[in-house]
Design a protein around this ligand. Structure first.
Ligand code: UFG
Length: 329
């Protein structure tokens, strides 16, 4: 059993990881300001409600628990907002993350798992994208993830920390047991927006219908959030047994267009979903599809829910049961 400090553990991906840590008899200590996370999502884990910038609270947390490793999810993660408010992103995602890393080092922690993003790549030169693809982020959010990866590498070069950075493609779906789901305010992600339209009516805007893709809409690689959670557990085990630091992509290697996602949601829900072609969203690459060969090979990761239909189905089950999200369900 390990004690893991999970920053952002009440958020969408973090909470699914916390559930898996608990299931495997680890002790997650969730550190979350609940700005976008949900108290209801942390199950029986200890929850410390505080901001990552709160050095005193962070220090107290490291003092209070025998923390073995850190999993760092807490971040601002809206691409559009990052373009408008870049300093907010550099402060939270870079400065606060560096402070966390330094404190972890001060308390003798050796293993750090970081929630990174496909946004580090920017507009890809080739598909599928492997980890050695150049990183040219096209928005401040992606920049911050890329910068912190370099900070981690610097720490590792000095022998101060071992780390795994996981570059997620499009996290989607919900806990197959129905306990956890995706609940953002505002919601900007495609699948929850489409499912809410199926539930409550409304029209889904398609951001860009003139991309250089088969049907003109953006193509993404959707990965089930529980498969992401499993990757974190494998990364933890890998570091605990003395494995090398590294960076890994996480996707299924299949690209689906916005229109294909809407069609899949229509099949899964049995409902009509209205859609309307709209302008492009700034900063959106046309196609993002991962090669996850490295994590399959080195950490033996294998997704349990690789097909889009299942991903949408699990999300649909959660949205049906929680039409107003966590709080008001
Ligand atoms: N989209 C629509 N209509 C909507 C919402 C989204 O057409 O109402 C489109 C987007 O333009 C995009 C696709 O659906 O082409 C997927 O959009 P999401 O917002 O669900 O996801 P993104 O691909 O924008 O974002 C993901 C991660 C980010 C990461 C980014 C990298 O959620 O954390 O990939 O580009 F930064």
């Amino acid at each position: 059993m390990s004690t893991i400090l999970v920053t952002g553990g009440a958020g969408y991906v973090g909470s699914h990881v916390v559930k898996e840590l608990l299931r495997q008899n680890h002790r997650p200590i969730v550190y979350d300001n609940l700005q976008t996370g949900h108290k209801e999502a942390v199950n029986d884990a200890i929850l410390i409600e505080a901001d990552l910038s709160d050095q005193e609270k962070l220090r107290e947390t490291f003092h209070s628990y025998p923390i073995d490793a850190v999993m760092h999810f807490a971040a601002d993660c809206l691409v559009g907002e990052s373009v408008k408010e870049p300093l907010k992103y550099f402060n939270n995602n870079v400065k606060n993350s560096i402070q966390l890393l330094e404190m972890a080092y001060e308390f003798g922690i050796k293993n750090f798992i970081f929630s990174s993003s496909a946004a580090v790549y920017g507009e890809p030169e080739k598909i599928p994208i492997s980890e050695d693809h150049p990183c040219l982020p096209t928005n401040p959010y992606g920049e911050t993830k890329w910068i912190f990866e370099k900070v981690l590498k610097g720490f590792q070069d000095l022998g101060r920390m071992n780390y795994i950075s996981l570059r997620y493609f499009n996290a989607a779906g919900a806990d197959p047991e129905g306990d956890l789901g995706e609940d953002h305010l505002p919601e900007t992600h495609l699948i929850p927006i489409v499912l809410r339209a199926a539930l409550n009516g409304g029209v889904v805007p398609i951001y860009g219908v003139d991309y250089d893709t088969p049907d003109g809409t953006c193509v993404r690689d959707y990965i089930h959030v529980t498969d992401l959670a499993q990757a974190h557990i494998l990364a933890l085990k890998h570091l605990e047994r003395g494995g090398n630091s590294g960076i890994y992509n996480l996707g299924n290697g299949n690209g689906f267009s916005v229109k294909e996602v809407i069609e899949t949601a229509k099949r899964v829900t049995g409902k009509e979903i209205a859609q309307i072609g709209s302008g492009r969203r700034p900063g959106d690459p046309a196609r993002l599809v991962a090669s996850s060969e490295k994590i399959r090979r080195e950490l033996k990761w294998a997704p349990a829910y690789p097909d889009l239909e299942t991903i949408v189905e699990t999300a649909w089950q959660w949205h049906r049961k929680h039409p107003n999200g966590y709080e008001k369900s």
